[in-house]
Write a protein that binds this ligand. Structure first.
Ligand SMILES: C[S@@+](CC[C@H](N)C(=O)[O-])C[C@H]1O[C@@H](n2cnc3c(N)ncnc32)[C@H](O)[C@@H]1O
Length: 308
């Protein structure tokens, strides 16, 4: 049976907020209903065929998205001491394909080498049980990941899971805390599948932005408020295929990609650059597939903080 929550309005929900600790009153907090929903899911978080399987499947897609955008920022400048040749023209058009693919491979190798020399510090907001945080912490160009969340049981699951892998020692720190209380600044801030669970997404963006170093990048994913999202993410995923636990999403909380772009244009004019904005959809036989319609359904976004 289709639950009334399918059509429930956020405004009604707000009347029911009952904070667990003081920090949930914060403007970057979440409702008690959201927190207890994620508490119920926490025990099954690392079961790749369980309640979070869609997040597990999304993980590689978002890591690819991040890596692609980080790669784009690596510029190969001084080649004098390097065994690499970059023709100063559109070599792909003029050189035989065998030669241009060798150049391409050399460039890729050099970009990976440069990226691996970086040591980024990451803040993962709404880290849940740590699916993304752990994968990030294993990457050679990530120095440290701080994962924060408001659901105590998720932080507990994340800590216990990370403790099983000795290579993660000193690379991840999970904290049960509100974003507004985080004091440090980071090179990368991630906010994946979290904005659609908060009451004030613009405040999350504002606070996330404050925690980014100059030239740092905010990566996020969330869901457009449109019919396609309601149909795929709520109706089909929660009620027909049951791939996602019922009650996970609230239509009113979905955030249009245009609203995020507008927020940056109005609140951070000339201080940001949208590096990438891609639609992404779950195709059962293939997993998450990116497309060029970011105003429909789910989407990934990368925004860079420009130097003042
Ligand atoms: C759908 S899960 C996503 C988990 C993780 N980002 C991922 O994609 O694997 C959403 C998470 O956001 C957390 N959350 C919701 N509102 C939050 C808030 N205001 N601040 C921090 N975490 C929040 C929930 O507790 C939950 O763990």
């Amino acid at each position: 049976m289709i639950s009334p929550r399918l059509f429930k309005y956020n405004a009604l929900k707000q009347l029911k907020f009952a904070p667990v600790t003081k920090c949930f009153y914060s403007t970057t907090g979440s409702s008690q209903e959201e927190i207890s929903h994620f508490k119920d899911l926490s025990t099954d978080w690392w079961n790749t065929n369980g309640s979070q399987r869609i997040l597990h499947k999304m993980n590689l897609a978002r890591l690819d998205f991040m890596r692609t955008n980080l790669n784009k920022l690596m510029t190969i400048e001084d080649q004098q001491d390097k065994d690499i040749f970059i023709p100063g023209y559109n070599y792909k058009e003029f050189l035989p394909s065998g030669i241009s693919s060798i150049i391409e491979k050399d460039l890729d190798k050099e970009i990976q080498r440069m990226l691996n020399e970086k040591q980024f510090n990451v803040l993962d907001i709404g880290c849940g049980g740590g699916i993304l945080a752990e994968s990030l912490a294993r990457l050679p160009f990530i120095n440290h990941v701080t994962g924060i969340d408001l659901t105590p049981e998720c932080i507990d699951v994340a800590q216990k899971h990370a403790a099983k892998d000795p290579t993660l020692d000193n690379k991840i720190n999970y904290k049960l805390c509100d974003l507004a209380t985080v004091e440090d600044k980071f090179d990368i801030v991630t906010c994946y599948e979290m904005l659609e669970h908060v009451d004030n997404p613009h405040e999350i963006l504002r606070q996330a932005w404050k925690r980014l170093n100059p030239q740092g990048i905010l990566f996020l994913s969330t869901i457009n408020r449109d019919f396609v999202s309601w149909f795929t993410t709520i109706f089909v995923a929660e009620y027909i295929t049951k791939l996602v636990p019922q009650g996970t999403h609230t239509y009113d909380k979905f955030v249009k990609s245009s609203e995020i772009v507008d927020w940056f244009q109005q609140r951070q004019p000339r201080k940001h650059k949208i590096l990438d904005l891609k639609g992404t959809m779950y195709v059962p036989s293939k997993g998450w597939v990116n497309h060029d319609c970011p105003s429909v359904g789910n989407y990934f976004m990368a925004v860079q903080k420009l130097k003042e």
